[in-house]
Ligand binder design. Sequence first.
Ligand code: FES
Length: 333
Amino acid sequence: VTHTIRVEPIGAEIPCREDQTVLDACLREGVWLPHACTHGTCGTCKAQILDGEVDLGDASPYALLESERDDGAALICVAQPRSDLVVEGEVDVDEGVGVHPVRDFRGRVDSLDEVAPDVRRLVLALDRPMMFNPGQYVLLDVPGGHQRPYSIASTPSNGKVIELHLKRSDNGVATDGWVFSTLDVGHEITLSGPYGRFSFRPLRTQPILLLGSGTGLAPLKSMVRHIDENGGGHHVTLYHGVPTEAGLYDREFFEDLEARSDWFTYRPALSRDDWNGRSGRVPALLAEDYPRAGGHVAYICGSPDMVADTMKALMKARLFPRDIYREDFFDSA
Ligand code: FES
């Protein structure tokens, strides 16, 4: 059964099957609505259902309160139509950021390497190019009918090759049960994308702070490479925080880029070990280096704790939320 969704205020009319989420239908038609976790927990995709019936799906009671449900709100990443709908969404696209419809892809594992303890780099060759913005993510289909989000570390200039960084988690169905055990070069994978609002803003010309921990490096690496491919033009400082020196994957890549460019600075940091570089968590080092951060634009990607603490450090240094973009890495297991 297919229903029609009208998205206000733009008036777009979109077909949506009963077994499809409202968000999925919109993204596939190129109507970009805010979203982050895509599984009903963060609340980013909250929208008002002005008319029609929805099944609210697996919306977390914390992300969608009882009173909001009564008022006709829904988390459209999990809500499915039960009739034609009129949805009011926040169709907010930033200047210079492209909107790329979500598509399904088939990919073949081109390489799979352990690049740091418990971190693997997965490179997929896709059946056709994916258009995306540096910073966005894909959903991989995982054996057993699950899907997992992973940020893209490669750039849109070659959309047929997608690089992902995966961190192992104990007993995780996607990592322990698959990418770190049975998955191998040559295997076929299905995926969809691109997703997410964490996108590089090319028209914002202020100096850029890229702040990542662990595999939160992936979308930041895509941004750095994208800027490099376009001849620099932005002043970029990248912080990468990990516990131990062995965790500083892609260090050589960033050191080489720093040596050959006049626009890029690499600041690796160890949160656990002492070494001949800097030790401490990214938020603490940031506070040390930038007592005043106004005039920058910042992109943060890491665990929810790291993101929250880094936000605090930046705001204390007088950087306003409108100049800060963030991506929380929910535990992908
Ligand atoms: Fe997170 Fe829908 S609740 S995107």
